[in-house]
Design a protein. Structure first.
Length: 115
């Protein structure tokens, strides 16, 4: 299983960024996918979840109505569109899948929101 995040970097308050996660090594369309984030000095937290066919999504209260998770099963990719960015969105963002009882993680990608 391999998960590779891309698209992070520096964003302005009120601006937008889009993260991508390319997945391989498993039957992508058979599993829900998650985006977690870990702000500096804090624990990792679940930001968004999408089920296997993309028909159901959930969000943490801190990102709800600003972030949108989506997926393309043909491309084995999951995305996180982040709008109305806030400085508190600064974190390392991780792509995650749970297969059986095991968590698989990408290496993470830094998102910094600052003017």
């Amino acid at each position: 299983v391999q998960l590779v995040e891309s698209g992070g970097g520096l964003g302005q308050p009120g601006g937008s960024l889009r993260l991508s996660c390319a997945a391989s090594g498993f039957t992508f369309g058979g599993y829900g996918m998650r985006w977690y984030r870990q702000p500096p000095g804090k624990v990792r937290e679940l930001a968004a979840y999408i089920n296997s066919d993309g028909g159901s999504t959930t969000y943490s209260n801190s990102v709800k109505d600003r972030f949108t998770i989506s997926r393309d099963n043909a491309k084995a990719a999951v995305y996180l569109q982040m709008n109305s960015l806030k400085p508190e969105d600064t974190a390392v963002y991780y792509c995650n899948v749970v297969i059986g009882a095991r968590n698989y993680w990408g290496r993470g990608i830094q998102v910094t929101v600052s003017s």
